[in-house]
Design a protein. Structure first.
Lengths: 438, 438
């Protein structure tokens, strides 16, 4: 079965917002094993929307529309679908009651006589459904979604050919669309497939994208089930491994040997197999497991590394202190970096990076510490110390490791890559320390 | 004239990447005063691409295609356009020489006998151009772009109707597409318009989106030239004011009274009128102008605030020191927050925020300091101190201001809003200090 996406909204055509919905839904359809040939974006205009819908019905089995379900006159997705399918819009009493309850709650603080008048007539438009459609509840807004199943005559040179078409209408705001899709549409779509699709995400860092791909090119090319698809991500490499099977167990059996082979090839470069786990979460989990505390000393990243660590909830017991020592003065004063070191080797040097990590650990009384010093640009580069040169140090239980990195790209890019490499270095140092324990 | 965008690439249909190109080009077309009715995304498939192109030629004057210009067999955009326009592909000698030079440079480190063989046959595909097209140089890659002007017979019920159509082919990677568009396509498109469009971006913070819109709803609704369009941005509100005129001077004359009126209504909530200027740049500029140094003390934001400041190049002379004091212990030890304050009012309190800013300024010897302490969630909230409660303090030349904020959203959102509000508070405190000086 093939799916077509139609995003409705003039704000998309004006470039006011990026169409992340199309990306999200495409990914989900691929995961479900549906083929997607077209993504269409069209404005809040009934003529054009109707035309686009007719084209889609001719060539696709399932059509997912996002946007245009709200209360304003501009919102006309439901009307266009009803027209194309030659159906009426009818009042859905259940939705009507829900809208009433929503506004009663929202206007609770208003005087009684104003509570009802605050519900403008427009809002009742959201209680109208396409005749014969399934109303899909919206937990995060007032506009429900809809599933419409219809026998549609797509016509052809050979005359009539009725086919079952499925049209899914979803609200535009991602905060409403995504939970509705996850909770209510996904089960519906899964039911249409006789196979299930199971994915694992192999997340890799410390190795470049093209090198990573080269290492497993034979697997990527020879595999049909599971498939292996690279996902580019700034500073990291992700591979999605997807198996299609009759059931979960069979899918897991298919995945197992491939995941084992990837582990053989990438070793400790893999930091997780879980799609939702981030690099900082893995690092914080390791610190928790090994009961290690952390201190940080950042120069060119100016707090971004620690900011990433604090992304993870519940780090207050392990994050002792972060120092943002952008100036030489601060490096001397707070971290105890020696003046001779700065004079002899400069602020961006292996030696300074080393003293930053050691100093941060010592002063904060932490088991581990990360130091970052580099030239993020655009100014400050020289022939021997070019823009992009960054030293990353990690102190872990008495041992210090320093990595010299040469990053390409602008200021933002250099700092971003520094943060990822620092997270990776900390991860590896903790793992190595543990290996020695055994 | 109306424009249609066609994004070519199976990776878009699989959801591997977000279509930021469509967003960028839509915005540019809107700025140029072109109307855009459709954005289409289609895979690397010649049949479907050809069909989509034919539809576009029937309904649009200018068609911009991105993607599918590379050297691989999957890349077939040029071939499809040539077919639809019934033109040949011919060798472009200039491009051929450039590809040769590119690889000579790239393979410089290889033995002489291998330099040429490294240019695979595929690469010469990029030297083929559509007959009669303008080749557009690519400063950031090997695949050039193309402009094709054609008299196209879109056909109709009333028979033939030849029209001038313009097809623009651009590479897919944004790093190649954007510079090519800015430097070479923009001048071409501007030339097609008899009017020029001039925009100013009014950037506002410290006031919510819906409130801001309400304040100028009369202007938005009554204005045709200039137009005022809101641009949603996390934690800030931007309005783009665009005038269409015969020339720059006339456009400026049209913009002036509207910008003055917006300034009347929003006052110091406006932090810039420049599209490219960010909030942190404005803050750093103010610090530079007033010759003030800065220290920071962050708890729940864990370095993100200082990270934003360090986004701006050349802050090493004014950023004295940043303290990331996530734990109570660190707040006592490094910032001199009093134990009684923490015991009596808690770490998330006006009093603690105040002492954090004062402590950071004093210890670092800075003229200004910002303190941030709050509950970012998802855990740690109570009835009296719910998730989203954040205290932001600013010390400026002896005076301390503390703001109590209640943010909605997840951990990420709360921290992001905290950073923006802290930047805004610092900006206002510096401005007020200056007013007193006068």
């Amino acid at each position: 079965m093939n799916v077509e996406l139609i995003s409705v909204g003039t704000e998309l055509l004006l470039g006011n917002i990026v169409n992340t919905n199309a990306n999200y839904l495409s990914r989900k359809c691929a995961d479900l094993g549906f083929t997607l040939y077209y993504q269409i974006t069209v404005g809040d205009n009934e003529t054009r929307l109707t035309k686009v819908l007719e084209d889609a019905l001719k060539r696709s089995d399932i059509i997912i529309l996002t946007g245009g379900l709200g209360p304003t006159e501009d919102d006309m997705t439901k009307e266009a679908v009803a027209r194309v399918l030659d159906r009426k819009l009818v009042m859905d009493e259940e939705t009507r009651e829900k809208i009433k309850a929503y506004f009663a709650f929202k206007n609770n603080n208003l005087p009684k006589d104003r509570q009802d008048s605050e519900i403008t007539i427009n809002n009742w438009k959201q209680a109208m459904k396409i005749e014969g459609s399934i109303v899909v509840e919206n937990d995060n807004g007032t506009a429900p979604g809809y599933i419409v199943e219809a026998e549609y005559d797509a016509g052809s040179a050979n005359g009539s050919r009725k086919q079952t078409k499925r049209i899914i209408l979803l609200p535009g705001p991602p905060g409403e669309m995504i939970p509705m899709f996850e909770n209510r549409i996904l089960p519906y779509l899964k039911n249409l497939q006789d196979r299930i699709f199971l994915s694992k995400m192999v997340k890799i860092c410390g190795i470049g994208e093209s090198k990573a791909e080269t290492l497993i090119l034979d697997l990527i090319n020879s595999q049909n089930n599971p498939t292996i698809a690279p996902y580019a991500k700034s500073g990291e490499v992700h591979f999605r491994v997807t198996a299609a099977a009759k059931n979960r167990e069979e899918a897991n059996q298919l995945l197992k040997p491939i995941l084992r082979e990837l582990e053989n090839r990438f070793g400790s470069n893999i930091y997780t197999f879980e799609e939702k786990e981030t690099l900082e979460e893995v690092v914080v989990k390791l610190l928790h497991q090994k009961k290690l505390t952390l201190a940080t000393a950042e120069s060119c990243t100016g707090g971004l590394f620690t900011g990433r660590i604090v992304n993870v909830s519940g780090v207050s017991d392990l994050l002792k202190e972060g120092f943002i020592t952008y100036s030489n003065e601060a490096k001397l004063k707070y971290l105890g970096v020696k003046k001779e070191t700065l004079d002899q080797f400069g602020a961006v040097s292996e030696q300074t990076a080393r003293e930053m990590a050691v100093g941060a650990a010592k002063i904060a009384g932490a088991d581990t510490a990360v130091g970052i010093t580099g030239i993020a640009g655009p100014d400050g580069g020289t022939a021997t110390k070019p823009v992009g040169l960054v030293y990353i140090s990690c102190y872990c239980n008495g041992k210090v490791t320093v990595r010299e990195c040469r990053f390409r790209g602008d200021r933002q890019k250099v700092r971003e890559q520094s943060v990822i490499h620092a997270l990776d270095l900390l991860r590896r140092c903790i793992l190595e320390e543990t290996e020695i324990d055994h």
